[in-house]
Design a protein around this ligand. Structure first.
Ligand SMILES: [Zn+2]
Length: 427
């Protein structure tokens, strides 16, 4: 029979406190949705709203005596000390930034849940041998500055911290300038070195998150024991032609970038065909120049978001994209650049088994499942044993103001997280 590790700890997780904190956070950058009852969030990374949200949680951390620190990428840490000096920490958290039309739970739930779990540990008087660090990673969404996951990538050494300095948001502000402004605004917060501190590679990393898909809700389950994350590749395509007068220039002599972009996307749809419906292929951002209805387009830029759980497919079809585009063009030229490349990640049994054990011990319905979305956890995989906990969300909707999970659903995930953190921090 499975025993709960610490029933008093599980009982100390406060559903109401966690919900109230989520709603207080959701008021920062609040936006309406398509239906009157939907309330979403627009909290771009490194924005004034982002900083306001961070100040709010920093205030809570100071109230309960957690040490606050921030690294050069703006990753924010709250540290609960362990009983053994020098023991490697267990790290848990997620992100606080949102999509432009985002929901109230994506990311922020994982930060608030880790915070609630640590507060419950402290209130229940459960000592841990290892320290526990709650983390809020910078720019997971990539909504303002692409790609996403910059904070966790830099922390894990996946990319040097200056990799994205020249990337600009839609207002033309560079990442380097936005980060410098942000650092100045948080100059009063203790600085910590970027990445693993003093050789203390984390003992484990656990991230709680809403599922962002319909599976748990459809099956009536409480918790997803996440087994891994599918791989993602993001590309940016530029099709260059020539601008001409729409009334005077015969079609036969045009070099119409829009028409060749359509041919390229049609050919890519054929390349990405998948009878098993596992592959994900999305073109969702397009810029047209000069973007005038009576001028032939001389430049079209579009994005490609391609994902698959099988690395062989991710590599083979991803590498075929450029050739397929070139073959589809009639009069224009194309350039392709890869903006983001994350190979599929497998989570560690140390964490996945602990999540499953905690869910069983608490009498919850659980399912081992992969993640279709990428998460900061992906970049922690090479560094330390890593895993995630999913909770259901209504109709699987996310990146949308209609995103919703109930207070009891969110609290169930946090109780599992609390038990997992206690177990890992004593292991
Ligand atoms: Zn997220």
């Amino acid at each position: 029979m499975v025993q709960a590790v610490a029933p008093n700890l599980v009982a100390a997780v406060s559903e109401a406190r966690q919900w109230d904190r989520l709603m207080e956070m959701a008021a920062i950058g609040a936006i309406p949705g398509d239906s009157p009852e939907d309330r979403g969030v627009n909290r771009p990374c490194l924005s004034p709203e982002d900083r306001q949200a961070r100040r709010l949680i920093i205030g809570w951390a100071e109230q309960i005596g957690l040490a606050v620190s921030v690294d050069q990428l703006g990753n924010l840490f709250f540290r609960h000390e362990g009983t053994e000096a020098g023991a490697a920490p267990v790290v848990s958290g997620s992100h606080m930034d949102s999509q432009p039309k985002g929901g109230r739970f994506d990311g922020i739930y994982g930060v608030i849940a880790a915070f609630e779990a640590v507060q419950a540990l402290r209130e229940a008087g459960v000592a841990t041998r290892r320290p526990i660090e709650v983390v809020a990673w910078t720019n997971e969404e990539g909504g303002r500055f692409a790609p996403g996951c910059m904070g966790s990538m830099a922390y894990a050494g996946y990319a040097p911290p200056n990799t994205w300095d020249g990337i600009r948001d839609n207002a033309g502000i560079s990442w380097a300038d936005a980060l410098a402004e942000h650092q100045a605004a948080e100059a009063d917060i203790t600085r910590r070195p970027l990445g693993v501190v003093e050789g203390q590679t984390p003992h484990a990393y656990v991230e709680a998150h809403i599922e962002q898909g319909p599976v748990l809700e459809q099956k009536g389950l409480d918790v997803g024991v996440v087994t891994g994350i599918q791989g993602s590749r993001w590309f940016s395509v530029e099709i260059r032609g020539r601008s001409d007068h729409a009334g005077t220039t015969p079609l036969s002599v045009r070099r119409d970038a829009m028409q060749d972009a359509i041919r390229a996307i049609t050919a890519l749809n054929t390349l990405m065909r998948d009878p098993t419906d596992v592959l994900r292929f999305t073109v969702a951002r397009m810029e047209v120049f000069p973007n005038a209805s009576n001028s032939v387009a001389d430049l079209v830029r579009f994005s490609i978001d391609f994902r698959h759980p099988d690395n062989a497919v991710l590599q083979a079809r991803g590498n075929a994209i450029e050739g397929v585009i070139q073959a589809a063009l009639t009069t224009c030229t194309a350039t392709l650049s890869e903006r983001f490349h994350a190979t599929p990640a497998q989570f560690a049994p140390l964490v996945t088994d602990a999540v499953q054990r905690a869910a069983e011990a608490q009498g919850l319905g659980w399912l081992r499942m992969p993640s279709g979305a990428f998460h900061d956890a992906q970049f922690m995989v090479p560094l330390c044993p890593t895993g995630m906990i999913f909770v259901p969300c209504r109709n699987g909707v996310s990146h949308n103001p209609a995103e919703y999970s109930t207070a009891p659903q969110l609290a169930a995930g946090t109780r599992v997280l609390a038990q997992v953190l206690a177990e890992l921090a004593n292991g």
